[in-house]
Write a protein that binds this ligand. Structure first.
Ligand SMILES: Nc1ncnc2c1ncn2[C@@H]1O[C@H](COP(=O)(O)OP(=O)(O)OP(=O)(O)O)[C@@H](O)[C@H]1O
Ligand SMILES: [Mg+2]
Length: 359
């Protein structure tokens, strides 16, 4: 089911200050896709999710789930949480420690006063789906973190919601388990084919899980796009920087052809991919470290020379800092490289990898 959010505002008042947790959010979340809200701590992700679910009352705007308006201040509409047909998985394991797995999962159906045999059927089906068959009688506390998270997922799914929402569901798991659970989740959600709204501030999780990502900052959505669009082709410096390591250098356009822009920067003139901007925009050149070519042809475009200032071996690559004028360029080098600190080095950057973003 599609979710449409229009002009959504939510302000909190605390200690005489107004906090604009949501500052006029406009957003369409496509049906049957995994949509991720990504952004730094405090940018309003949880607030937006809670407004969609109905646990928080916005100040202004409208929320539509499918064709149904579930909240609108103008039209004076409020559909309570339990009538929105949503499932939700929280950051902390919201499972009940005093109940066994079966009762944890059955709880929403018992609340709906569903007949017992129907509940048994649905719980069995859901537990099979999350691969917890045979765990029915296990006390919920005697499960691994990943299994507990799957119980929470099963409970969110058992009532067959139209939309499922997740608020940082993996952040309490250790790194390895987080990666495994992320893969499982991707698989489960793919099979289910329902609309999923996923909140995280972990960029790798967002890239790995999502069909679409919405990057948030200070109560607004800054940019929307597929993981590849956000990573390779962001429009804003904030987004390019948040989604992965990038070299960000202030740039001014001096010349334009049909395909390219020539910019001046602290590392010299650089030929970039052409993009259109508002004339008032200040621009930044963005180059991901993996795109620096340390074996440049003699006639390569954008050849730049610098001095290796730091080399740190981290396993799959050397993370290196190269001094070019006043800038330090971050690069990832082949672990077999013979380069060492103090060496002069020349690298090149293809124009299509030199991205201009607005500051
Ligand atoms: N009940 C509340 N009262 C006052 N301020 C609040 C309340 N809830 C949230 N806020 C503020 O609203 C802003 C957005 O909070 P929110 O919880 O939505 O952020 P978030 O993006 O989920 O952050 P995190 O990644 O840390 O979970 C923050 O500045 C927060 O301090
Ligand atoms: Mg939050």
């Amino acid at each position: 089911m599609q979710i449409t959010i229009t002009g959504l505002k939510k302000h909190y008042h605390s200690e005489g200050k107004t906090i604009r947790a949501l500052d006029g959010v406009n957003l369409t979340i496509e049906a049957n896709k995994i949509f991720t809200l990504l952004g730094p701590s405090g940018c309003g992700k949880t607030t937006l999710l809670r407004c969609i679910v109905g646990l928080e009352t916005p100040d202004e705007g409208e929320i539509k789930i499918g064709d149904t308006i579930v909240w609108s201040n103008e039209k004076n509409i409020y559909v309570p949480t339990e009538k929105r047909e949503l499932g939700m998985v929280f950051q902390t394991y919201a499972i009940w420690p005093h109940m066994n797995v079966f009762n944890n999962v059955a709880y929403p159906l018992q609340n709906m006063k569903m007949p017992k045999d129907e509940i048994a059927k649905r719980v069995a089906k859901t537990l099979k789906f999350v691969q917890l068959e045979g765990f029915e009688n296990r006390p919920a506390t005697r499960l691994s973190g990943g299994q507990q998270q799957r119980v929470a997922l099963a409970r969110a799914l058992v009532a067959e919601p139209k939309v499922i929402l997740f608020d940082e569901p993996l952040s309490n798991l250790d790194a390895k388990l987080r990666e495994e659970t992320r893969k499982e989740l991707r698989m489960f959600l793919g099979e289910l084919g329902i609309t999923a709204v996923y909140v995280t501030h972990d960029r790798v999780e967002a890239l790995a899980l999502s069909d679409m990502i919405g990057v948030m900052r200070a109560g607004n959505i800054v940019e929307l796009g597929t993981p590849k669009k956000i990573y390779f082709d962001a429009d804003h410096q904030f987004v390019a920087d948040f989604i992965g390591r990038a070299n960000l250098i202030p740039a001014k356009v001096t010349e334009e052809t049909s395909e390219h822009s020539l910019v001046t920067t602290a590392i010299g003139s650089v030929v970039c991919q052409k993009r259109s901007f508002d004339p008032s925009d200040e621009l930044t050149l963005c180059i991901r470290p993996e795109f620096l070519d340390f074996k440049p042809a003699s006639d390569a475009i954008n050849r730049i020379t610098g001095v290796v200032e730091q080399m740190v071996f981290v396993g799959e690559v050397y993370e290196s800092e190269i001094r070019v004028g006043t800038e330090l360029i971050f690069a990832k080098l082949d672990p077999q490289t013979t380069l060492k600190e103090g060496d002069h080095v020349t690298f090149s950057m293809k124009p299509e990898h030199c991205l201009l973003v607005s500051r």
